[in-house]
Design a protein around this ligand. Structure first.
Ligand SMILES: [Cu+2]
Length: 166
């Protein structure tokens, strides 16, 4: 009888391991909707450009600050968080951020001329209206699955986007 119990335990361990393997993430490392990308958009780059900018609102639905340490997408070689820095003589420069802190029960706005996502090295063509998956990890290795939609910013006449700036 004792042998039987041990055997059952061993089988259930194998089962739970294979489940973790199949989903690729342990339940406690799945951030779920703790972080949401509201109105996340990727602006279609002009033909020939291999860099796309992304904007939207990162929302933290928890009562603790969440520090996002990395972003990646299956569609791009690298996905980075950038900020814009302006000098006194009016020049603007992008700076790669090592982390993004989304305040507890609050939002972080990514918009043209400020904080933005930068997608570098398209691995395939992207299509207007397509949802692109972005996977972010925080400082506790918790994973968040985010979605951003590909749009054509030039189609909107009221857009304030500069052509030379993200
Ligand atoms: Cu940038």
């Amino acid at each position: 009888m004792k042998k039987y119990i041990i055997l059952t335990l061993a089988i259930s361990l194998i089962t739970s391991n294979s489940h973790a393997f199949m989903t690729g993430v342990e339940p406690e490392k799945d951030g779920g909707v703790a972080i949401e990308f509201i109105s996340g958009v990727i602006h279609m780059a002009p033909p020939g450009s291999n860099v796309n900018a992304g904007y939207g609102v990162l929302r933290n639905n928890t009562d603790k600050d969440i520090i996002l340490k990395s972003f990646r997408s299956p569609v791009f070689d690298s996905t980075e968080a950038h900020t814009m820095e302006y000098s006194n003589n009016g020049t603007a420069k992008m700076r790669h951020l090592d982390e993004l802190t989304v305040p507890a029960n609050n939002e972080l706005v990514l918009k043209s001329g400020g904080l933005h996502m930068m997608f570098i090295g398209k691995r395939r063509d992207i299509n207007l209206g397509e949802d692109i998956l972005i996977i972010s990890r925080d400082n506790h290795e918790v994973r968040y699955m985010l979605k951003m939609k590909v749009i054509d910013s030039r189609a909107k006449s009221h857009s304030h986007d500069g052509h030379h700036m993200h």
